[in-house]
Design a protein around this ligand. Structure first.
Ligand SMILES: Cc1cc2nc3c(=O)[nH]c(=O)nc-3n(C[C@H](O)[C@H](O)[C@H](O)COP(=O)(O)OP(=O)(O)OC[C@H]3O[C@@H](n4cnc5c(N)ncnc54)[C@H](O)[C@@H]3O)c2cc1C
Length: 420
């Protein structure tokens, strides 16, 4: 793969913008040229776009869904300190600091007995509860305020010519075929996106583990059962008590892959959750009607490399983790940090070094988060095919983690996020 040589003349800032400050569909003429064409308006794409705009690097975001659809997806909720710092750097941290819930630790219930891991005491760091939906909303609003262009409902988005010097992205919008020429393509289009699929045949090495269960999630407007998250290991399977705010809770139970949401009316969900909690949590749990329910399969996946000529993958486009370690969104953020810095080095310092090292740098952190997410998943879930030996080792692992300061510190260090 040929490295990038020199930025050439900086491109002028282009004219087509979103007037009126709406985070909705693009208006006015769409540009034919930009510096970085970003595919996907999830957290990775919007955060990259915002960091680049703040430093005067022009970019256009192409998203196949509507803004409302993107905002309606209930996903991650736990933010590492590094992600908070990056959101501050992007100028979108104000509401997060006002409304986010800072957690000094987390709780782990093992067969009815609750333990606590004190992140702050063990690592000096904390995590923050603030929903992915809120981060996305803040980024959309900041992008609109900075007159950054997002083309929603862009169909058939296709990156092309990224192995050469002049990449372009073709798409269809409002019945018309369009094309943007760019210096670089950023593939921030999630696991099912087009960018990874567009890499030359045979150039992607994939690593994958699919877990034999899913998570059934329920969102409801009731106060959380505890001020901190509770991870529950029980003979009936894993459960997680999480939250989005002091009045909105998010609960999950490990379920069968063949289950559908229709199999789980609210009463069945609450009944099953209660059986997996410790007695105190069972007594404290406030139930209520669900406002969202969904099932997510659990998967570990990494595609290498994360760079193909002038196209770079970031976030779920390149890797997936099971949600047990709360790493998906945070990994998307660390990729974006590496990539944004690399683009800035290229444009501001005339150096392609950051771009040349991007894939290796990002993957080194990705694999550590993959390991942690796999380890948490393996330690806390029921595996149908586990034999007696596996179950004894799993119990010993938990006993060790909860009983050893060194092992607790290792969990805490990974949970609050490794540095980057
Ligand atoms: C159901 C679910 C629950 C989750 N829960 C958690 C959790 O509790 N904790 C956690 O840490 N992580 C969780 N995650 C993971 C986390 O949400 C992701 O890691 C995060 O969204 C990654 O951001 P991203 O921007 O890389 O990808 P995405 O958020 O997937 O964004 C990609 C964007 O690209 C767009 N796109 C796709 N294809 C195209 C195309 N061809 N053209 C144009 N646009 C395209 C998509 O519409 C989307 O808007 C969950 C994920 C899912 C699916």
């Amino acid at each position: 793969m040929s490295p990038v040589h020199g930025p050439g003349p900086l491109l002028g800032r282009i004219g087509a913008r979103e007037p009126g400050g709406h985070a909705g569909a693009a208006q006015g003429d769409t540009p034919t040229r930009t510096q970085v064409a970003i595919i996907g308006a999830g957290p990775a794409g919007l955060l990259l776009g915002q960091l680049l705009l703040r430093h005067g690097v022009d970019n256009v975001v192409l998203e196949r869904q509507t803004a409302e659809h993107v905002l309606g997806r209930i996903r991650a909720g736990l933010i590492e300190q590094g992600t908070v710092d990056l959101l501050d750097e992007a100028g979108v941290g104000e509401r997060l600091h006002r409304e986010g819930l800072v957690h000094d630790g987390t709780q782990i219930n093992v067969d009815g007995v609750r333990h606590r891991i004190d992140f702050k005491a063990l690592t000096g760091k904390t995590v923050t509860v603030y929903g992915q939906t809120e981060i996305t909303r803040d980024l959309m609003e900041a992008r609109a305020a900075a007159s950054g262009l997002t083309v929603y409902e862009a169909e058939n988005v296709t990156p092309a010519d990224f192995q050469g010097e002049r990449p372009r992205v073709r798409y269809r919008h409002k019945g018309k075929d369009k094309e943007i020429e760019c210096d670089f393509v950023a593939g921030c289009d999630g696991f099912h996106g087009i960018c990874r699929q567009s890499a030359p045949a045979g150039s992607v090495q994939s690593y994958e583990r699919v877990y034999p269960f899913g998570w059934l999630g329920l969102l409801c407007d009731t106060p959380p059962v505890s001020e901190e998250l509770i991870y529950n290991r029980s003979a009936r399977g894993f459960a997680l008590c999480s939250m989005r705010s002091p009045s909105r809770s998010r609960y999950y139970v490990q379920c069968s892959l063949g289950d559908s949401v229709e199999d789980w009316p609210d009463e069945r969900f609450w009944d099953e959750l209660k059986q997996r909690l410790d007695p105190q949590a069972r007594a404290d749990l406030v139930t209520g009607p669900s406002i969202e329910k969904s099932i997510a399969p659990l998967r570990s996946f990494v595609a290498e490399p994360m760079r193909f000529g002038r196209m770079f993958l970031a976030g779920d486009a390149a890797h997936i983790v099971p949600p047990t370690g709360a790493k998906g969104l945070n990994l998307a953020a660390s990729d974006v940090a590496f990539l944004a810095r690399a683009f800035l080095e290229f444009y501001k310092e005339n150096s392609p070094a950051g771009l040349d090292h991007y894939s290796a740098r990002a993957l080194a952190r990705v694999w550590k988060a993959e390991r942690f997410s796999w380890w948490m998943t393996t330690m806390l879930h029921n595996f149908d095919d586990a034999g007696g030996f596996d179950r004894k080792v799993q119990a010993a692992e938990l006993d060790y983690v909860l009983g050893s300061r060194a092992a607790s510190t290792s969990l805490a260090e990974n949970y609050v996020g490794l540095p980057y």
